[in-house]
Design a protein around this ligand. Structure first.
Ligand code: NAP
Length: 301
C-alpha cells in the first residue's frame, strides 16, 4: 500500500501524512481549510481539491477529522470520499467517533470498499514519531493486509469486528478522563484539608494515581496547558461515551438503584464545566486547573 490519501490535516492528521511521506508512500492530502495543506505540499504531498479527488487512485485512505459530523461531511456528497474511491481501496477511519458513525460510513461506501475503524491512543508527538497505539476494528484479513501501513504509524492492536476499535477508544478515553477527574479532586481535597502541595504529591506517589500525578505536576505548577489534545475534543469524546452508554443502557441501569456509570458522568461534567469556563482550546489536562479553581474550601467546623 504505497498510494495513500490522508483526509484531515489537523494536529493529528498532518504528522501522520508527514510520517507516511517520510516512509516512501505517495501521499495525496485534502483538508477543508487549504492553508493547512501548504507545508505538506512543500514536503512532497500532492494536494487535492476535494476529498473525492484525493482518494481517486489511492490504495488506502486515512481519515482523521474531528467528530461524527466531520466524518459525514468528508465522506458523503458529490465531493466526499465515497464519490471518489476506487474498487478494492481500503478506508482506515482513525478519527474518534461513535460506532454508529462507523456503521453509517460503512453504508455510505461503495460495495467492495474495505473499511477498518482504527482510532488512536497517543497524541501529536506519538503521531510524529510513529508511536501511536492503534485500536483496529474490522475483518481480521483486512487488518492483516493493512498491518505494514499501520505499523509505520504505531502499534496496531486488533480488537474485534468493525466498530470495536471505536468502542475500545471510547473506553480508553473514559479511563483517562476518570483518572484526571479523581486526580484533580484529590489535589483539591488535600489542599482544602490543609496539606501542603509537596506532601500531597508524596502521598499520591504511593497511590494508583502516582504516574498521572507526577506527569501532570509540571503543567499545574507552571499553569500552562498548550493544546496537544484540545479540551473541546476531550469533552466531545466524553459526550460520545455518554451517547453510546445510553444506547446500550449502561448509564443508571443498575437494577438496585445504584449510580450506574456515575464516575463517567462526573468526569464528563468536569470537562463540560471547564469548557464553559473558557478552556476549550487548552490541552484537556487543563481540567485539573479548572477543578483546583472550582473546588472551594467547605464551611469550617
Ligand atoms: N490531538 C490529539 O492528541 C488526539 C489524540 C487521539 C485522538 N484524537 C482524535 O483525532 C481526531 C483529530 O484530532 P485533532 O487533534 O487532529 O483535531 P484538530 O486539530 O482539531 O483537526 C480536526 C480536523 O478535522 C477537520 N474538520 C473538522 N470539521 C470538519 C468538517 N465539517 N468538514 C471537513 N473537515 C472537518 C479540520 O479541518 P479544518 O482544518 O478545516 O478545521 C481538521 O483537519 C479527533 O477525533 C480527536 O478526538 C486526537
Amino acid at each position: 500500500m504505497k498510494r495513500v490519501a490522508v483526509i484531515g490535516l489537523g494536529a493529528m492528521g498532518a504528522p501522520i501524512a508527514r510520517r507516511l511521506l517520510g516512509h516512501g508512500c505517495e501521499v495525496t492530502v485534502w483538508n477543508r481549510s487549504p492553508q493547512r495543506a501548504v507545508a505538506l505540499r512543500e514536503a512532497g504531498a500532492v494536494v487535492a481539491e476535494s476529498a473525492a479527488d484525493a482518494v481517486r487512485g489511492a490504495e488506502a485512505v486515512i481519515v482523521m477529522v474531528t467528530d461524527p459530523p466531520a466524518l459525514l461531511a468528508v465522506t458523503e456528497g458529490e465531493h466526499g470520499i465515497a464519490a471518489g474511491i476506487g474498487p478494492g481501496a481500503v478506508v482506515i477511519q482513525m478519527s474518534t467517533v461513535s460506532p454508529a458513525a462507523v456503521a453509517r460510513l460503512a453504508d455510505a461506501l461503495p460495495a467492495g470498499t474495505g473499511l477498518l475503524d482504527a482510532p488512536v491512543l497517543g497524541s501529536v508527538a506519538e503521531a510524529a514519531s510513529g508511536a501511536l497505539r492503534i485500536l483496529v476494528g474490522g475483518p481480521p484479513v483486512l487488518a492483516e493486509r493493512c498491518l505494514p501501513l499501520l505499523s509505520q504509524l504505531g502499534s496496531p492492536l486488533h480488537v474485534g469486528e468493525l466498530g470495536a476499535g471505536t468502542a475500545a477508544k471510547l473506553v480508553a478515553n473514559n479511563a483517562l478522563f476518570g483518572v484526571l477527574g479523581v486526580l484533580g479532586e484529590s489535589l483539591a481535597l488535600g489542599g482544602a484539608l490543609g496539606l501542603s502541595w509537596e506532601v500531597l504529591h508524596k502521598v499520591l506517589a504511593v497511590t494508583p494515581l502516582a504516574a498521572q500525578a507526577a506527569r501532570r505536576r509540571p503543567a499545574i505548577e507552571a499553569d500552562e496547558y498548550p493544546a496537544r489534545f484540545a479540551l473541546a475534543l476531550a469533552r466531545k469524546d466524553a459526550d460520545l461515551v455518554a451517547e453510546v452508554a445510553g444506547e446500550v443502557g449502561a448509564v443508571g441501569a443498575a437494577d438496585d438503584g445504584g449510580p450506574g456509570l456515575g464516575l463517567t458522568a462526573a468526569a464528563r461534567d468536569w470537562l463540560r464545566d471547564a469548557e464553559r469556563a473558557g478552556r476549550a482550546d487548552q490541552d484537556y489536562s487543563a481540567v485539573l486547573a479548572h477543578i483546583l479553581h472550582a473546588v472551594k474550601k467547605g464551611p469550617q467546623q
